[in-house]
Every structure is written in C-alpha cells, then in structure tokens.
Write a protein that binds this ligand. Structure first.
Ligand SMILES: [Zn+2]
Length: 468
C-alpha cells in the first residue's frame, strides 16, 4: 500500500521544509517535491504541518498502585494517546516484590497483548534489588529493555540505598544501559509524613509539605554526583522545580552524562491546587508533588535551553469519583489522609497540544524544538532512533498531520482517557492533530478512531543511550 501526503510542511527537530512524503507500506520511502505514484492514496495536507508522532517515555498503564489500578489500560490508554498525536510510549514494568525482572516483563506483555494499538516499549522499574536481581539486569537487553528505573524514595517499599544505587549504576554502565531515577529523599519524606500525620495534618494540601523541593534537589544532586563518579548515563524522571533543575545543570556543566525530563502538569498545576475545597486537591496529588508558580518558568526555560531534554506525562490516571458506576476505586481512597491518595494524573492525550500551544504559540520555543522534546530526543535517548522520532526515509511512517490553526477546548467530556476529570479542563489550545498515522496506517482521522487493538508493536530498544 502506498500513500502520498502532499503539500504539507514537514517539521523535524532540525528542519522545516515543504515537501511531499511517500509512504510505502509502513515506512517513509521518499521525501521530495511533486511526488507521484500509481495507485497511491493521496492525502492533501495543504496548510498543515507534518510532525513525527509523539513519543511519551513515562507512562503507567494498568498499574496496580495505592490499593487500586490505574484506570487506563493498554486499550483505552493507547486510543487516548493516539487522539493526542502520540504514537509510541514507553511504560514502566514493575518488578513484583520478591520476584524477578523477567516475571514483571512477562506480566506487562500480557497486559498489552491484544490491546495495543500504538507502538510501545518497556523500562524496567526495580523494586527489590537483591544480588540475584543485580545479576539479572544485563539480561534485560535481550528483552529489548535497555533502561532501568530506581527509586530514591518510597522508604520501606521501593527505596534503595546509595550503595545499591552506586552498584546498579556501575552495572548498567558496563552494559550500555540507562539509569533512570525517581529523585526524592525518601528518608526525609517518611519523617515529614510521620510528623504531619501525628499533628493531625491529613488534608491533601499537606502532600506538598511532606515532599519539599529540597528533598527532590538533594536526591537529584546525589544521583548526578554518582553518575559523575561512575560515568553511568543518568536520566532523572519527572523533574518539578528550580532547586532540582539547578542540580542537574551543575552536573551538565561539569560534563557528567546526566539528562532530565519534566512532565506537562508541572507547568500548569501548583501547590494551591492541592488546597482546593471539597477534596478537589486529590486530583492533583502525584509524586514528586506539584510545586510553586515560580517553578514553571524555570521548567519552560530548561526545556528550551536543553537543560531538560524531554517532556513526558507520567500518565497514571485514577477516577476522581471511583468505586461507583462500575468504576474501580480511585482518588476517594485518600479521603482520610493525603498519604493514602493514589498518586498520579491523567495526561497522555493532552501533552502534544498543550506543549505546542503554550510552547510554540507562546514563543517559548520553536516548532522544531517542540518536535525535539516530544519525539526526537525521547527516541534518541531510549534507543528508538532513527526508526522513531523523525520523518525521514526509512523511518516508520508515524506521522501527525497537524492543523496549526485549529482551536480546541480541552475537557473530560470529550477526552478519550478513562477518567472523570482532566487536568487542563477548559483550556483552549490552538494546534490540533487532524489525522494520525502509525506505520503508514491512519489510526485517527478527525474524531474517528480507526486504530485496531492488537496491531501496536512492542519495540525492542538498543543499548547505548545517546547523551544529549
Ligand atoms: Zn512515574
């Protein structure tokens, strides 16, 4: 099957060029002016931009967490992602407590089986780093899993000590694997949580008080230093604040192989949202927590100047009013205390339009930089480039036909995520995906869903992350 997308403007991380794209089967076969092919389906993209499909490298679909399960699985999560111009994501496999990494991987493959309609890869999140698991780490490469996440927080549960982190870094570096860290000082958080609860401070607003910015900055700085000592490439997930970004910038200035991401919500939701009445604050409980308004411009600037290399979502949705109307339990589980609120927010569908509107339209970065932080850098860092992350001959034809003029008001009433609220409710954005192609096949056309469960491919990723 051949398709020609005519008269569009291709935007990649490095170029903006008006050209036709010829797709043969699943890949881009030719890029040029006035392309012709017999029997090709022709899509007219006059006035539209062609962007590489979004890649969200931080998601949690079907994740058991906090006494319930994230409300989007690989069926609903993939459909929602596609409607938001994301055609590929990397989800976190969670090692079962007491179990092996392979057991976790097998479980996650089952979750995706028959449901996946966009392409996906896995990171491995290590929860129990025993000696035998340390040995198991390099065998993940055969599974196509080349990045591992370690937790510096969640004391008594997932948290690892510095010896273990240091050893894991050495091991990862030896095999070209990338270390990702949840950087918060879990000892500090555990003590502060205990103190707050003892004082009867259980409201959702105390979630932020239990997770100070400096606890994130300290852990970030510690991980950055260990990366500097070991030479192991490091990717700090979900960075939220000026204090932490400063630590990353310091490491980068010293030439350490350290990178970081932020997530869309940290530029739009703040501590004051946690204090909203009627338990509304629970919608915005995630870890690390939302921060102060003063942090947002720091994150925007870091995304623009490459202190941060990527923006992801940490998509981990829960119903606000779960446990009724056939819904699984959700945020209501934390009504008694902030420390019992399931942590996470929906966002896999919103990232591309929100980051376009507030980034490109508002003049914070160029359209090329938008492509870089939402697609190209994620592909390069996580071993998917050049198959994914750009529009080029030989690359998968994951192409978004983007209407830069179309306005849309975001709402839970019209979104496709399996949640009863949207973090960006009422936000009007300009720039919207008109049509989304995955490996040459249209999966979203306007409001129509054309994707097929079971056709999303698991992507085996290569080791040797690019440090950008
Ligand atoms: Zn996460």
């Amino acid at each position: 099957m051949t398709t020609i997308i005519k008269n569009g403007t291709i935007v990649t991380a490095s170029d903006t060029v008006q050209a036709d794209v010829l797709i043969d089967g699943e890949q881009v076969a030719l890029i040029g002016r006035d392309l012709q092919a017999d029997d090709a389906e022709v899509i007219d993209a006059t006035g539209k931009l062609l962007l590489p499909g979004g890649i969200d490298v931080h998601t949690h679909l079907d994740l058991p967490f906090g006494g319930t399960i994230a409300s989007d699985d690989f069926l609903t999560g993939h459909r929602a992602a596609a409607f938001g111009a994301t055609t590929c994501h990397i989800d976190f496999v969670i090692q079962p407590m007491g179990g092996t990494l392979h057991e976790g991987v097998e479980e996650w493959h089952k979750k995706a089986e028959g449901k996946a309609s966009i392409d996906y890869g896995f990171h491995i999140a290590i929860t129990d780093l025993r000696d035998d698991v340390m040995e198991e780490i390099p065998t993940m490469i055969d599974e196509g899993i080349t990045s591992l996440k370690l937790f510096m927080a969640y004391k008594g549960l997932f948290q690892i000590d510095d010896t273990t982190l240091f050893r894991a870094m050495l091991r990862a570096a030896e095999h070209g694997m990338l270390i990702m860290v949840h950087a918060e000082n879990g000892d500090v958080i555990a003590e502060l949580t205990k103190k707050l609860l003892n004082e009867g401070k259980t409201d959702t607003k105390y979630h932020a008080a239990a997770h100070p910015a400096m606890a994130e900055a300290e852990a970030t700085g510690r991980a950055v230093a260990l990366s500097g000592i070991t030479g192991a490439p490091l990717y700090v997930v979900h960075m939220t604040c000026e204090e932490a970004v400063e630590q990353l910038a310091l490491g980068r200035a010293k030439g350490f192989p350290v990178m970081g991401e932020t997530c869309t919500q940290y530029m739009f939701v703040f501590e004051e949202h946690l204090a909203l009445p009627n338990y509304e604050g629970a919608k915005y409980v995630c870890s690390p927590p939302v921060r102060k308004r003063k942090d947002a411009p720091v994150l925007w600037k870091a995304l623009a100047d490459n202190t941060l290399q990527a923006v992801s979502t940490d998509h981990c949705p829960f119903w606000f009013e779960g446990g009724k109307e056939g819904r699984i339990p959700g945020k209501e589980l934390g009504r008694e205390s902030f420390h019992q609120v399931p942590n996470g927010m929906p966002g896999i569908e919103d990232r591309m339009p929100v980051m376009w509107h507030h980034g490109v339209n508002m003049g914070r970065y160029s359209a090329n930089r938008f492509v870089e932080i939402t697609s190209t850098n994620p592909a390069k860092i996580f071993g998917l480039y050049p198959r994914k992350g750009t529009i080029a001959v030989g690359a998968d034809a994951d192409i978004v036909i983007w209407d830069p003029e179309k306005e849309h008001t975001i709402s839970a009433k019209t979104h496709h995520m399996n949640t009863d609220y949207n973090v960006y409710e009422g936000m009007t954005v300009r720039g919207w995906p008109e049509r989304v192609l995955l490996r040459g096949k249209t999966i979203v056309d306007g409001d129509a869903w054309l994707g097929q469960p079971g056709t999303g491919q698991f992507l085996k990723r290569s080791p040797g992350a690019e440090v950008l």
